[in-house]
Design a protein around this ligand. Structure first.
Ligand code: SAM
Ligand code: SF4
Length: 323
């Protein structure tokens, strides 16, 4: 699967719900609000979708949301995707709310890798950012993932001015003796968060400078890897990654596509709107048309987002299409 700019697509971010129980300041400051619209993708639709993408050569799927683990059939979703021929890596991104009690079960069902969002190691700051006083339980969930033998355990932290941009040492300490990778994600502007963005956005370069001063070294990017620039240090078991969507050439290495929980294909996180695949997900006999439709859509993928010009596209918040 290639687009008109020679980029090939190994990686699908598959949202399975818009619902979330947290109210992160930068994403859902007023909590999840129910909207009218089609139902979320069913297990059969998810299987057909993944089968088509895998047949086209895509091999990594990340289940996201909203909070994906709030789906009652989350374990079945994992098991179903695991069984799709061609899917080599199955990951999820979670706020960690249900992790402690389920890490083992999800690993056994076939989940390979997990990203857990932790915007601060200070319980009060964590509470302020997410609306929930659950840092301890989330950290216990991360330990449970390490015990369960996940292939990769990562922590996502949205970089926020005055909240965690000077807290690098707490993250470095956490990874000093744990095989965990931190992902500092530059705050992205979406339709709903303009004022928040203007107040809290800080370029990932500030962390890069601090890392270099502390002797961390940039690693080369692996095939199918996410967009992070990764740093390593001989005295630390874990790694630090920086995701900087505002940096030059960020889109040149784009290798991912996105599906919303209601069945829309998004060619870019910042596209105006998605294109529905739902009518092609209703029977196992539609695989051929579905694959043709996906390939045809790919030819319209644009070379870059237009964030630099202040256009954040049609996405009101990342909970709508899974980040
Ligand atoms: N609920 C799960 C979680 O929070 O990990 C998965 C969905 S969430 C939308 C996926 C990732 O997007 C999280 O790591 C979250 O911190 C990040 N995110 C949400 N809004 C963002 C924004 N405006 N800028 C940068 N990252 C954002
Ligand atoms: Fe929920 Fe994740 Fe958005 Fe936080 S970032 S409100 S946990 S979807």
């Amino acid at each position: 699967m290639q687009d008109a700019f020679g980029r090939s697509f190994a990686y699908l971010r598959l949202s399975v719900t818009d619902v979330c129980n947290f109210s992160c300041q930068y994403c859902l400051p007023d909590g999840f609000q129910k909207k009218p619209g089609p139902k979320f993708l069913s297990l059969d639709e998810i299987r057909r979708l993944a089968t088509a993408f895998a047949a086209l050569g895509l091999w990594k799927i990340r289940i996201t949301g909203g909070e994906p683990t709030l789906r009652r059939d989350f374990t079945d979703i994992v098991r179903t995707l695991r069984a799709v021929k061609g899917v080599k890596t199955l990951a999820t991104t979670t706020n960690g709310y249900k992790l402690r009690d389920n890490a083992q079960k999800w690993r056994a069902a076939g989940l390979d890798a997990i990203n857990v969002s932790v915007d601060s190691f200070d319980p009060q700051v964590f509470h302020r950012v997410t609306g929930h006083d659950r840092l301890i339980e989330v950290l216990e969930g991360i330990e449970a993932c390490l015990d369960a033998g996940y292939e990769a355990v990562k922590i996502n932290a949205v970089l926020l001015k005055g909240i965690n941009d000077q807290a690098l040492d707490s993250y470095l300490e956490f990874v000093s003796n744990r095989a965990v990778s931190i992902r500092f994600i530059e705050l992205m502007r979406t339709g709903d968060n303009e004022a928040y963005f203007n107040k809290y956005h800080v370029p990932a370069a500030t962390i890069a400078e601090q890392l270099q001063q502390k002797g961390w070294v940039r690693k080369t990017r692996e095939p199918g890897a996410g967009p992070a620039l990764e740093y390593v240090h001989p005295d630390h078991l874990g790694r630090i990654g920086l995701i900087a969507p505002y940096s030059k050439d960020f889109c040149a290495s784009c290798n991912r596509l996105r599906m919303s929980a209601r069945g829309d294909l998004h060619l870019c996180l910042f596209s105006e709107k998605g294109v529905s695949l739902r009518h092609l997900l209703q029977s196992d006999d539609q695989q051929h048309q579905l694959q043709e439709f996906i390939q045809g859509s790919l030819t319209t993928k644009r070379v870059s987002h237009f964030l630099h010009d202040g256009h954040s596209g049609g996405t009101a918040k990342l909970a709508d299409i899974g980040g």
